[in-house]
Ligand binder design. Structure first.
Ligand SMILES: C[S@@+](CC[C@H](N)C(=O)[O-])C[C@H]1O[C@@H](n2cnc3c(N)ncnc32)[C@H](O)[C@@H]1O
Length: 413
C-alpha cells in the first residue's frame, strides 16, 4: 500500500535521538527532526521518514558530513553542540531517575570528531567491485562511504583501499561485517561472514593489498589470513598486543580521559581489583600506584594484558584471573582484600557482581558503563547497600550517536 505523507509537530527528542510527534494512536518517531519543528514525513506504523522541514528549529545546524541523513552511523549532527550534549546528559539523568536516583552529571566530556578508532563496516559484492560502508538507518542497504568525520584520519584515508582489500573475500549473497581498528602503528581488519577458502592467486595478492590498505593483520571468520606484525595499542604508555575479538574503548582520547578520572579517585588505594578488565585499559593506569588484580573471561585479552605488563617498567604488580563474573562474581569476602574496585561490564551490566560489592566493605567503587539503563539498575543495588554517588561523569565517545559512556565514583556512606 502506498504510504501517504503527513504533517507532524515534533514535541521532543526520544532516547534514540529521533524527533517524536504525538499522534492520535501513539508516538511517531521521525529521525533527523528536532523539537519544535513542523515536518512532512512518510509514516509507516510508529516510524516515519522525514520528507520536508516546514518550519525549522533555531538549534538546527548544517551537518559536518555529506552522508548525514542517509548513513545510519550518525543520528545527531543536525543540532547545536550545546543541545546535542544536553540531550545526552538528559538521557542519562532520566535513566537514573527511573531507578529513583536523582543526580545531575558533574561533567560531560566529548571526544570530538576524528577519534573513533574502531568501526564496524558492512560490505557486499557488486558485479565489478563492492559496496563498503555503514548501513542506512533501519535498513540493510549499505552506504558506500567515501568520507567520515567521526573516524580517525588513518581509517578514513584508507577507505578505498579497504574496499579493495575485502572485495575478494565477499560471498555472492548477504552482507559481510568488517571490523577495522586503528592500532598504534597500522590498521587491524577482521571480516565476518566472508569467504576464507580462496584460491592461491588471491591469497598471493593479500600481502600487497594489506600493505596498500595500511593493514598489519587480516582475519576472516577468526582465521588469520595475513599478519605483518601483531597490532598493538598503547594503554597508559604500555604497548599491549590486541587479540582479534578483544574489546577496545572506542576512542583513544576517551580512554585517556577515563583513566585520568579514575587515577585521581583511586590514587590513595594500595590494592585495586579491575573487574571485566579486558586487555587492561584501567589496570595499567592503576598499576602506576597500586597492586592490581585484573579479572576477565576472555582468555586472549588476559594473555595480552600479561604480555603488555612483561614489557612495561615502573609498575606495581598486576595479577590476572580468568573468571566468568556473571556466573561466579567475586564474593564480598574476596573483595575485602582490596581498597578499590573498578567494574566495567558489557551492556548487560553486572547485577550479581554489584550485589556482592553492595555487601562488601570496599571503600571506593568505580562503575564504568556504556548502558545508562543497566548502570542505573546496578547503581540502585549499590546505593541500597550503603554506597552513595560521589562523582558522576559522562564521556561522549560515541560521537553524534545517542549513546553515552558513564564513569561514576561511589563511596560508603
Ligand atoms: C565493556 S568491556 C570493558 C573492558 C575493559 N575494562 C576496557 O575498558 O577495555 C567488558 C569486558 O567484559 C568481558 N566479559 C564479558 N562477559 C564476561 C563475563 N561473563 N565474565 C567476565 N568478563 C566478561 C569482555 O570480554 C570485555 O572485555
Amino acid at each position: 500500500m502506498p504510504r501517504s505523507a503527513d504533517r507532524f509537530e515534533i514535541s521532543h527528542l526520544g532516547a534514540q535521538g529521533d524527533g517524536v510527534a504525538e499522534g492520535p494512536d501513539g508516538p511517531v518517531y521521525i529521525p533527523y527532526s528536532l523539537a519544535g519543528e513542523t515536518v512532512i514525513a512518510l509514516r509507516n506504523g510508529a516510524n516515519a521518514e522525514l520528507v520536508e522541514i516546514v518550519s525549522s528549529s533555531a538549534v538546527r545546524r548544517a551537518p559536518i558530513c555529506a552522508h548525514f541523513g542517509v548513513c545510519g552511523g550518525c543520528k545527531l549532527q543536525h543540532m547545536a553542540p550545546e543541545h546535542y550534549l544536553s540531550l545526552k546528559s538528559e538521557n542519562l539523568v532520566s535513566a537514573l531517575l527511573k531507578r529513583g536516583i536523582d543526580r545531575p552529571l558533574d561533567s560531560l566530556w566529548s571526544a570530538g570528531a576524528g577519534h573513533r578508532r574502531r568501526a564496524v563496516f558492512a560490505a557486499h559484492k557488486t558485479r565489478k567491485s563492492a559496496v563498503f560502508g555503514f548501513h542506512q538507518y533501519r535498513s540493510k542497504t549499505i552506504i558506500d562511504l567515501d568520507e567520515c568525520p567521526v573516524l580517525t584520519p588513518r581509517i578514513v584515508s584508507r577507505l578505498s583501499e579497504l574496499r579493495s582489500l575485502v572485495t575478494p573475500f565477499l560471498g555472492r549473497r548477504g552482507n559481510a561485517k568488517i571490523t577495522v581498528t586503528d592500532c598504534a602503528d597500522a590498521l587491524d581488519v577482521g571480516i565476518e561472514g566472508g569467504l576464507a577458502d580462496l584460491g592461491p592467486d588471491i591469497l598471493e595478492r593479500v600481502a600487497g593489498n594489506c600493505a596498500q590498505a595500511g593493514t598489519d593483520r587480516l582475519t576472516v571468520d577468526g582465521e588469520l589470513m595475513f599478519q605483518h606484525r601483531v597490532p598493538e595499542v598503547i594503554i597508559s604508555g604500555v604497548r599491549v598486543p590486541l587479540p582479534p575479538g578483544a574489546f577496545l574503548q572506542a576512542c583513544d582520547n576517551a580512554q585517556d580521559h577515563m583513566c585520568g578520572l579514575i587515577e585521581k579517585w583511586l590514587s590513595g588505594c594500595s590494592s585495586v581489583v579491575d573487574l571485566f578488565s579486558g586487555i587492561g585499559t584501567f589496570s595499567f593506569s592503576m598499576a602506576g600506584f597500586a597492586r592490581v588484580h585484573a579479572v576477565e573471561s576472555h582468555e586472549s585479552s588476559l594473555t595480552a594484558l600479561k604480555q603488555g605488563f612483561s614489557h612495561a617498567s615502573g609498575l606495581k604488580p598486576i595479577s590476572v584471573e580468568r573468571r566468568d563474573l556473571f556466573a561466579h562474581p567475586l564474593s564480598a569476602n574476596e573483595l575485602s582484600k582490596f581498597d578499590g574496585v573498578i567494574i566495567d561490564p558489557p551492556r548487560a551490566g553486572a547485577i550479581s557482581q554489584s550485589r556482592e560489592i553492595a555487601k562488601s566493605k570496599i571503600a571506593h567503587v568505580v562503575a564504568v558503563s556504556c548502558n545508562p539503563n543497566t548502570l542505573a539498575r546496578d547503581l540502585r543495588v549499590l546505593i541500597e547497600g550503603g554506597y552513595e554517588i560521589s562523582e558522576l561523569h559522562g564521556v561522549d565517545q560515541f560521537v553524534y550517536s545517542p549513546h553515552i559512556e558513564v564513569v561514576a565514583l561511589l563511596k560508603r556512606r
